[in-house]
Design a protein around this ligand. Sequence first.
Ligand code: NOJ
Ligand code: CA
Length: 686
Amino acid sequence: MRKLISIFIIAINLVSCNSKLPTDSLQINSPNNNLQLSFFLTENNTPAYTVIHKNNFIIDTSTIAIVLKNAPELKEKFSIIESNKNSFDETWEPIWGENKEIRNNYNELRVHLQEKTELKREFFIVFKIFNDGVGFRYEFPKQKHLNEVIILDEQTQFHLTGDHTAWWIPADFDSYEYHYTKSRVTEINAVDAGYEQRHDRHSNNLKAVNTPVTLKTDDGLYLSFHEANLTNYSGMTLAVKDDFILQSELVPALDGNTVKVQTPFITPWRTIQIAEKAGDLISSNLILNLNEPNVLENTSWIKPMKYNGVWWEIHIGKSSWDYGTGKHGANTANTKKYIDFAAKNNIHGVLVEGWNTGWKDWGDKTFSLTEPYPDFDIAEIVRYGKEKGVELIGHHETFGNVALYDSIVDSAFKYYSDLGIQNVKTGYAAGLLPQEFHHGQYMVNHYRKVVELAAKYHINVDVHEPIKATGIRRTYPNMMTQEGVKGMEYNAWGNGNPPDHTTIIPFTRCLGGPIDYTPGIFDIKFESEKKDQYVRSTLAKQLVLYVVLYSPLQMVADLPENYENIPAFQFIKDVPTDWDQTLVLNGEIGEFISIARKEKNTENWFVGSITNEEARELTISLDFLNEGKQYIAKVYSDADNTHWESKPTLYAVKEQEVSKNSELILSLAAGGGCAISIHLITKQNN
Ligand code: NOJ
Ligand code: CA
């Protein structure tokens, strides 16, 4: 009887929910029927959509409009010419990543719209409804009254159904390097939240955010808004409007013409990830699935790996990028020291910054990418590294001079490629020349050109000060990793990253794709170099970042001497950068998170939990292990008195036998973590 009543209640809910929608609305469900998208035209014949999750509206009537230059906006007086539905289900294998296989399963609604007015302009809206969210984009065919198109703004709405809690950073047209703020959506305001007002960089709208932006409803549902496949278009920020509406605002161009395109063209996907558990946002492959398959024929040269390098020592002030300072870090002997250390410790790349001429007076914006400083014997370094199985990772810092970089990038990649260098970190650490924004169409196209050119030379890239990650790595798997976050370097200057930062970014920034956070600092206080600076983390938590913050190029960032004779370094030696499977075991945004990952092509698992400022106990079930097998778990945990501020380097290591039936109780110190490596007990071990 109780069952009957609840069925009846569900039925009533459905009716009351859907009664808000026009009777002729087009509807499509997710494959598991938990989500329902409806498309319709409003009274003014403006295209609009809603999304229902298990009978509750999560996106209320949201309209779509595009503002054009020298032409009426595309907003009203549309009619639906035709609509089609399709289903799709495939499983594909990424070249590298968090999972060996990815299922791409959705239902599609394709709506052909045309204006009823004289211009009869037309476009398609394509919706893809997955079990974990929705993606939609606009496709413009070639047509008489839309040829050369200048888009001044796109007004795509996401009409929320309440004043949800948001984790956000301000809409800055140049940077994602911020700490996140938690507030209600209506309280989003960059100045009120204490962000420095940068009129040159922020959108004019202080009530706007960069994406991904992640929300939690009072009912405990998680939503994250972003974009996928950002190609030949401008980056999207989201502005808070009245009535809980988030509306897209595109990053402008210098000449005021935000996006210049020609029909036929398609926009990036606008994405809504929807999850009942915070961790399911991380397990979602929606962003990757909305990107095009790999276009590179030969990918044998693309290899995930750990790397170290002449980097942290510069940031903490021990050495310098500039040759003229008398403490130039990028010299042959110093680089060989890093190579020797890498060769001994399962690290396969060494990054060297400050190797090339142009670092004098940071910022005069002239540099060469083919002329090493006299104390850097690049050919000898490459030879030495190869002999030891360690590759030199190149560095292209552009100081923001994109015009100069554009003119030399081909020869710069050729130079590296001729030397046998296959990985390059790029950087745009300053205002740009020409004075475009980092996230406008001009730069979106520049960043893409660099990835494509790098692929031509069989070079993988790690981009700092990048355009946001939108899943391009699927199409160009040499697009390995990116910054676009306040990474480790912020602990070497400024106020440093607070302990909760790394418990927020897995649910926000990392939803876009891999992150070059550069973890692994063991000398947490580095008092001999910069007295006031330190890392707000325990040593054990540093280990866990290799599991929680995914990157196929993962830095072992500290100085070699700081790892010597530290048993916890064994975890970093062992941890891989490419995985068969990823499971998010638990997590709450800004509080804690636990992830388990299975190493590619082995039976080894690596598990890690981290916490914010609060010490806590977490119970982890190992039910993901194989039935009937015994394993050894090596547990690297905070010790009894560990605390991120007072005693960050205290930790304990213990080994225990575990199986599928085991549960581990992990004690995390304030600002701490617990890292576990799990290996099958083989007959030999027995
Ligand atoms: C900023 C980058 O994030 C950092 O990693 C690099 O060392 C400096 N720019 C210099 O290129
Ligand atoms: Ca940076």
